[in-house]
Design a protein around this ligand. Structure first.
Ligand code: ACO
Length: 426
């Protein structure tokens, strides 16, 4: 195949370079399109737009492949830990034992937040959604770390802010929950691993079983990065204006919150509860989500990129059975989820649209079994996705040719209106 694409516009032919990624995926490089032709591209929802080049994560939606820095998600979920995988996405290689130890210790050293942040968490209404508390406190950290809000951070500052946010997001997440329950904050216990410490700070349970900590760790690994999804693109967008990293990460939290993205894990649980409580059979429920007059969807199903299966969902479904068995939990919602999946995967509507369970379909059932309340599910997603956001931000600001993200549009509004004095308007 030629390394040039030809675009015919009237009687003019323009040659555009073809860019090939390391996994063979091809893109038409339109960097000079507007300058040479006056045209821009139109791609609502960015269905076909590669917004950047990136070496962090590769995914093939047709084959159901997901790799972080060349390592398959299956292998990482089985052999790695959340913090080791985080190191991998930040620095592009697996750490040595001593590098990992230093990295873990540095993260653990950020096991507290400024008093003002604690006061702010306490000022929220008890029924505030923990994602609201998380988002506003992420950006509020900028008020306490002025050096780290500089336009251009040094390599050492970037390394520092990465471990700082890995430590402090966990604290804010746990405290958001404690506050919602009217409970006192619990200080981190440095002797515990990252996941056990989070559960301890959230629930007060210090004897977190190895199985529970491992199950949470695997869930976080599966969420670490997912190339240019909505929240990561928001992080890149906001970070591209050189907004400080705290504001940038807060933007990621906000985008994640939506039910079409990370908020889907909470929505799935609520949907399963609704099916259980209403006693609706699966076919009746599916008829509702297929109805084009209804705005409801089968939450936890469908994906912009995966059109065969979501490899994370496959791992989570197996983990779900094993975690519930290990913990001796019998959850009727798991049976409903499996029944719903089975019927949906045989239904022409879902088959023809290539809609499969995504990462959020079963994750909530595991969180529930681990004792994590429903309104914390998306916060758990944010905790897992933080390394991806930070790695993509770091990659972006370090890339040569760094530019502010600023898409174009095609204007379709009125072209000439005349100002009428207010008293004369009908
Ligand atoms: N239930 C019912 N119908 C669906 C669903 C669903 N979950 N998902 C897609 N469809 C239908 C659409 O109505 C559309 O039908 P049409 O062609 O007849 O109009 C078709 O499938 C294509 O859907 P789009 O919305 O165009 O697909 P898109 O790629 O834009 O959206 C998304 C992907 C947002 C994930 C969508 O599948 C969805 O809303 N799923 C439910 C929410 C969810 O689980 N989100 C989490 C995604 S994973 C993540 O972000 C972590």
């Amino acid at each position: 195949m030629s390394d040039k694409a030809k675009l015919v516009l009237g009687d003019k032919t323009v040659e555009l370079p073809v860019f090939t990624g390391s996994e063979g995926e091809k893109a038409i490089d339109i960097t000079k399109l507007r300058a040479e032709t006056g045209f821009v591209t139109l791609d609502s929802g960015y269905m076909n737009t590669g917004a950047c080049t990136s070496a962090v994560t590769f995914l093939d939606g047709e084959l159901g492949i997901l790799k972080y820095r060349g390592h398959s998600i299956e292998e990482l979920a089985e052999k790695s830990s959340f913090l080791e995988t985080s190191y991998l996405v930040f620095y592009g290689k697996l750490p040595t034992a001593s590098e990992l130890k230093v990295f873990e210790e540095k993260i653990a050293s950020y096991n507290d937040v400024p008093e003002g942040i604690k006061t702010m968490i306490k000022a929220f209404p008890k029924d505030a959604h923990p994602m609201a508390v998380l988002s506003s406190n992420m950006v509020s950290l900028s008020a306490y770390y002025h050096d780290l809000c500089a336009q251009d951070l040094t390599p050492a500052q970037k390394d520092e802010v990465i471990v700082q946010l890995m430590g402090q997001l966990k604290v804010v997440a746990a405290y958001a929950y404690r506050h919602s329950q009217g409970l006192e904050f619990i200080k981190s216990d440095g002797s515990l691993d990252y996941c056990s410490d989070f559960i301890y700070m959230m629930t007060g349970n210090k004897n977190v079983s190895k199985e529970v900590a491992k199950a949470l760790d695997v869930l976080l690994i599966l969420h670490v990065d997912h190339e240019q999804n909505c929240s990561t693109s928001s992080v890149r967008m906001v970070g591209s204006s050189k907004a400080n990293i705290f504001a940038t990460i807060s933007a990621g939290v906000d985008a994640l919150w939506g039910p079409l993205h990370g908020g889907a894990n909470q929505a799935v649980l609520e949907m399963l509860e609704e099916i259980k409580n209403s006693g609706k059979d699966y076919k009746t429920f599916l008829a509702e989500v297929k109805d084009k007059n209804s705005s409801s969807r089968l939450m936890g199903f469908g994906h912009r990129v995966y059109k065969n299966f979501d490899p994370r969902a496959k791992i989570i479904k197996v983990a779900c059975d094993s975690v519930l068995k290990t913990l001796g939990v019998k959850d009727p919602l798991l049976d409903i989820a499996k029944g719903l999946e089975e019927v949906a995967l045989r239904d022409e509507y879902f088959v023809s649209r290539k809609l499969y369970p995504n990462v959020d379909f079963y994750s909530g059932i595991i969180y529930r079994a681990l004792g994590i309340p429903t309104n914390m599910f998306t916060v758990m997603f944010a905790m897992g996705r933080l390394p991806g956001w930070l790695a993509q931000w770091k990659e972006m600001v370090e890339q040569s040719g760094f530019k502010i993200c600023r898409p174009r549009q095609i204007f379709t509004g009125d072209t000439k209106n005349t100002y009428i004095e207010i008293k004369s308007r009908s």
